[in-house]
Design a protein around this ligand. Structure first.
Ligand code: JB2
Length: 216
């Protein structure tokens, strides 16, 4: 039996996670967010527990956390900061899997991975800690997705792609087979990537071809 859960954050990403958790019949104790008043309801019927310090009143062995703060370019550190803070206090982060996703039995999902509605993940793929595989994304066979990545809605990662830590693959982007994407890289929405990308790059779209690689 899985542990009761506390969801951190109450923005758009958290609301989508809440639906996925409810559909998979998880026991959700409530949401923490410093901007919300305690004992109110959010997302329809979810209890607001208060600010992050409320988590400390729960034994880390008896609950799990869900990081509801999303990853958009330049914000990854905030999500990371929250995860690191609570892991250092002994809490763990639950894997979230929307029941409509299709995931091969031979896929490795690390702690805190979040798999949203309608995703497909094929055989022998590995997803790193806390990464988000967002709505309708497809990740084919033999891929390695690093830690703290966001594979945004409707993006397509073909077979045997490697994606470094803290990388962001924008909505509708396509990465063709056997490509390596370096860590901390942003692939803009709609871009098609045909060749390897160095770490710390920003790839922008131009009719599906790589136009611009800018080292930051
Ligand atoms: O330290 C914090 C904290 N800092 C911000 N602790 C807690 N418990 N919550 C925190 N927050 C809360 O995160 C904010 O008060 C806010 O409720 C939430 C961020 O919400 P926002 O809607 O701005 O972003 P998001 O992270 O939910 O969604 C982004 O990323 C998703 C992946 C958006 O860009 C979405 O469009 C995207 N789908």
């Amino acid at each position: 039996m899985s542990k009761p859960l506390i969801l951190i954050g109450s923005g758009g990403h958290a609301s989508v996670l809440y639906d996925a958790l409810k559909l998979s019949c998880q026991n959700i104790l409530g949401v923490v967010d410093p901007k919300l008043s305690k004992n109110k309801k959010i997302f329809g019927d979810c209890q607001v527990l208060g600010s992050d310090k409320e988590i400390l009143s729960f034994n880390p062995l008896e609950i799990s956390l869900v990081n509801g703060i999303g990853i958009i370019p330049n914000t990854v550190n905030h999500r990371l900061r929250i995860s690191n803070h609570f892991r250092n206090l002994g809490y763990n982060f639950s894997v979230v899997i929307h029941p409509s996703s299709i995931i091969s039995d031979n896929v490795f999902l690390s702690e805190g991975v979040q798999i949203m509605a309608g995703t497909i993940i094929q055989n022998n793929t590995k997803i790193g800690t806390d990464s988000i595989i967002n709505t309708g994304a497809v990740i084919d066979h033999d891929c390695i997705i690093g830690n703290d990545c966001h594979i945004a809605p409707n993006s397509t990662i073909c077979g045997s792609v490697k994606c470094g830590n803290e990388s962001y693959i924008g909505a509708g982007a396509t990465i063709i087979q056997k490509i390596s994407i370096g860590k901390n890289t942003t692939i803009a929405a709609g871009t098609t990537v045909y060749k390897d990308v160095k770490e710390n790059s920003i790839i922008k779209t131009n009719a599906g071809m790589i136009r611009d690689i800018q080292n930051t």
